[in-house]
Design a protein around this ligand. Structure first.
Ligand SMILES: Cc1cc2nc3c(=O)[nH]c(=O)nc-3n(C[C@H](O)[C@H](O)[C@H](O)COP(=O)(O)OP(=O)(O)OC[C@H]3O[C@@H](n4cnc5c(N)ncnc54)[C@H](O)[C@@H]3O)c2cc1C
Length: 483
């Protein structure tokens, strides 16, 4: 957000006075929970080339990695997230130097109220600003079976360096969830020379798919403009339109539609599916890579235009598969997972129904068609990201109560697509309050990623600077804040 503000200020209104205050009580400023110091097994889930804080300058992150002794992570590579956290911190320091005034308040913002300005409350003080951008992230933990408070239960795998610090090498470990966090955790256990059995348990037993080799291709049809053109012509957008657009793109690129159909409709799961994906990895197929490009380029805009009923349909029936396909794990990780499964140490349990603790103090998991399995220790590796961060709740509830924001039927707050301005209870876009990321989950969010946030932050910055220029505010020092 800081980078985008500076860029847009310099382009549109170089004399604008940029006075920014950031509120965040996090012990790791600029890293949030996901890029804080941790074991290297907490790995980026996209190529580092997709993690630039400047969406218009993808080399920015590679330049930093090269200048700081991490050249081997630059480009189509994956890096420990803690290293990317250092990049974020360094970038923030440089951005701050380009502000007219800057302040970092290590407090939770508890309330935002709009009058002639935007008032922000923290537990100790009130502040006034011209604009507020909510970048509050999502929840970091989840507890689907009510195990919180039980000894040896962890509602999040992170930071791995803490959650794995007291584990016995022979303990039987159950991991609820079979996505990227479960993979981080499994490989974290292996790095600690864990000897005991590890079980990944979920409803569908679906692992992240394996990343295929990168493909150079510029989308021709499934772009934001392509989506907007359909809406302009028809007045609406449907799943059928999106399928047609996808097929058109795949045909144009000479990619196989069947590759995607097979992935989406496959009945295979767990290690069996992973093994097949590994076997097909170098078969020259490019459809999966193109679909990732489509998701990264235009999924938010396409999602925004779908009807609520179609969104709900996709959400309940295909979200798991989109997650598995959109952020595949690197080949070397998939190979590690396969080796571990082949050695008998790792298993994937499908159809998970419940996890509880018995009278002997063991965790007991029950899955459809399986007998019960006992564990000494259980982790929940289910992302809490679709729920707002607990820190954000008082602020969000306050905005909803006063009608300054409106709830989206699929969760989070309503925002305008092209500016990320909050939409109030009377369906009016607010000109002074914006939101990004998990806070707008139902409206825009399918999956979260720095490349999506970086691009949308540019829309926000543009809207702020244009509004500020147009209203020619009388106040000498317009201030913006970010929570
Ligand atoms: C385990 C995991 C791994 C991921 N890996 C990647 C990856 O490799 N690449 C990628 O592109 N994306 C990844 N993501 C997606 C990730 O969500 C985004 O990359 C990014 O962290 C989102 O940034 P954010 O600023 O929106 O939220 P966050 O990074 O969560 O930051 C939100 C911040 O807001 C603060 N906050 C919340 N409420 C308040 C309040 N009321 N007052 C003050 N402060 C507040 C919190 O303390 C927090 O520091 C990952 C997500 C998870 C869960």
């Amino acid at each position: 957000m800081l980078e985008s503000l500076i860029r847009v200020r310099d382009l549109l209104n170089p004399y604008a006075y940029l006075d920014v205050t950031v509120f965040d009580p996090s012990p790791n400023p600029w890293c949030g929970p996901n890029y804080a110091p941790d074991m290297p097994e907490a790995l980026t889930n996209v190529y580092t080339s997709d993690m630039s804080v400047r969406y218009w300058d993808t080399e920015h992150v590679a330049d930093w990695l090269k200048a700081n002794g991490y050249a081997h992570f630059a480009g189509t590579m994956f890096a420990p997230r803690a290293i990317i956290g250092k990049y974020f911190q360094d970038s923030a320091k440089k951005s701050i130097a380009c502000m007219n005034t800057f302040e970092y308040i290590r407090e939770q913002a508890t309330k935002v109220t709009l009058s002639d300005c935007v008032a922000v409350e923290t537990p100790t003080r009130n502040y006034k600003f011209d604009y507020v951008v909510l970048c509050m992230g999502g929840a970091t933990s989840s507890d689907p079976y009510g195990l919180q408070g039980q000894d040896k239960f962890f509602s999040t795998p992170y930071p791995l360096k803490e959650t794995l610090s007291s584990i016995g090498a022979d303990e039987r470990v159950g991991i609820i969830g079979s996505g990227l966090s479960a993979v981080d955790l499994t490989l974290g256990l292996m790095a600690k020379n864990h000897r005991g059995p590890i079980t990944l348990m979920s409803r569908r037993g679906l692992l992240p798919s394996v990343r295929r080799p990168p493909v150079k291709y510029s989308l021709q049809y499934f772009t934001v403009k392509g989506v907007e053109d359909i809406v302009a012509a028809k007045g609406s957008l449907s799943i059928r339109d999106l399928i047609k657009l996808t097929y058109r793109e795949l045909d144009h690129a000479g990619a196989s539609k069947q590759e995607i159909i097979d992935e989406v409709l496959s009945e295979r799961y767990g290690i069996d599916r992973l093994r097949l994906q590994m076997a097909r990895l170098d078969d020259g197929g490019i459809a999966s890579q193109l679909c990732i490009k489509i998701l990264a380029t235009a999924c938010e805009d396409a999602w925004y235009f779908l009807s609520c009923a179609e969104k709900k349909f996709l959400y309940s029936n295909f979200r798991h598969i989109v997650y598995s396909l959109c952020c595949p794990m690197p080949k070397h990780r998939a190979a590690q997972i396969l080796r571990l499964a082949d050695s008998g140490q790792l298993s994937i349990l499908r159809g998970l129904r419940s996890v509880s603790k018995d009278e002997q103090g063991h965790f007991v998991a029950f899955a459809e068609g399986n007998s019960t399995i006992r564990f000494d220790r259980v982790f929940s590796a289910i992302s809490g990201e679709s729920r707002p961060s607990p820190l954000a709740l008082p602020l969000i509830e306050g905005l909803l109560k006063t009608g300054q924001a409106s709830p989206h039927p699929l969760g989070g707050l309503n925002v305008e697509r092209t500016t990320s301005r909050l939409i109030d209870a009377l369906n009016r876009p607010q000109t002074q309050i914006y939101a990004l990321g998990n806070t707008v989950s139902g409206a825009l969010y399918i999956f979260n990623g720095i490349f999506l946030l970086a691009r949308r932050s540019a829309h926000v910055a543009q809207s702020i600077v244009e509004h500020q220029k147009a209203t020619k505010t009388a106040r000498h020092s317009p201030r913006s804040i970010y929570a």
